[in-house]
Structures are given as structure tokens and as C-alpha cells.
Design a protein around this ligand. Sequence first.
Ligand SMILES: [Mg+2]
Length: 274
Amino acid sequence: MSKAPTWLLHVEAVLLDVDGVLYRGREVFPAARAFMAFLQEQGIPFAYVTNNSTLTARGYAERLRQRGFPAEPWQVIGSSETTAHLLRQRFPHCPPVLAIGEVGLTETLDAYGFPLTDRAEEAHIVVAGMDRGITYEKLAEATYAIRGGAVFYGTNPDKTFPTERGLAPGAGSILAALQAASDRSPVVVGKPEAPIFRLALERLHTSPERSMMIGDRLDTDIAGAKRLGLRSVLVLTGVTQTPPPPGPTSPDLVVANLAELLELWRSLHLASEK
Ligand SMILES: [Mg+2]
């Protein structure tokens, strides 16, 4: 087991990734529920920070609750939620959006007041995310819109995601197709970019220095947290299976799983109470 770092005692808010941290598929990891109960006992506010764009915050909170985790919609910071929030700040008059994505994206944009269109000529903004119903027509309309001057946003950069049969194309692959066709790069919103972390910190009324991010991916969870100045904890239950070599991009703490992190954190609390 790693040595418990004393900075853990000063963590006032926790951001956590979900897939590969709390569960994988239907398998909920040991101590994952106990870890969340510990945060509640300690009165440490938390938010789930996920690049998944396919569910609304409400839908994702429901999925988490079904698996035994405490979750209100406001605590779920997904890439669709963050994209809609950011667009609302940047385009407060809510111009028409051409969206490539699933209900998580379309319903969220609608809830933030953006009218949706599937015609390139009407679109002022193109937003693309994960879409398992992608067609050539959708890609073509989005391409005409971007080439016609629409601004181009991507929910998250993940090129692939793991399935039982291997790696499947993710939002990043759809963005790559649009990028190739339009010769333009999207503004990307999800991890490791800053907007999704900023929205989570804002919801928890906290600052990066007082917060910790827990994730299983070095290139998104850890890289993004480090860039913003949050403490970062890598769990080896997901995409990353072995501890990375120490260096400027390595996490502040590496643990086998949430069970180990819980034990370390509890041991520090007990020692500090003596
Ligand atoms: Mg993950």
C-alpha cells in the first residue's frame, strides 16, 4: 500500500470520473459505495465528472442511484451539460444548433434554450458528440454548416471507448471525420479541457487548490486536473493498469482502487484525531 500523503487531510471537495473508477459495465468495484458513504460522512461535497455525452444529467444520476451511489442531477457534470452551459455563456441569444449526438446532447441543448435544426443553412453552431445513429447525411449537413461559417464544438475528445468486443469509435472519431471534411478544428469541451473541471468546481463552490480529481485515465482525468491545479489520484481499476513512471505529468497519488484510497484517507483521519 502507498504511504498516505498528508495533503489528503486538506481536501475539501472531490471530483470523480465514473467508468473505471466506481464500476466497469455492470461490475461495481469493491468499496466504491463505501468510499462515497465516507465522503458523505465527512461532509465532503463531490461531483461526478464524465466525458459521456449520451445521457442527460438526470439520466446519469438515475443510473448512478440504481447502482447504489448517491447522485442528484446537479452533481453530474457530463460533457453535454458542460457544452450547453458554455454555449449559453458564449451565445446568450441561443442561435440554432445543428447537433450530432444522442438524447444526452439534444435534450440538454433544448433545456438550455437552444433550438435544434438539421439544416446546415439554419445552423449557427455545430456541436458533435457520441452518436450511435450517425449517418453520412448528418456528417454532410454538419460539414456544410461548418464550411458555411457555423462555429464548431465537440463534447469530448475520446477517440475510442472500451466494449466487450474491443475498442469502439467514440466522439473523437466523429470529430475527426468532421475535421477532415471541414478543414476546421472543433473547440473541445470535455476532459482534459478546462470547462468541465471549472463547471464542477463552480457547482461545488470550491477552488482547484482545495479539490481532488480521481480518475483512471492519464490523458484526460489526470492531465486535465494537473493543468488546473487540482490534486489528482489515479486508480488502476480502469484504462491504466500499471503505475506511470514518476514525472511532471504523473498523478499526486496512485492507488490500486478506491478501497486503498479509502483506507489511506481513514488512517490519516484516525492519526490526526489522536
Ligand atoms: Mg474513466
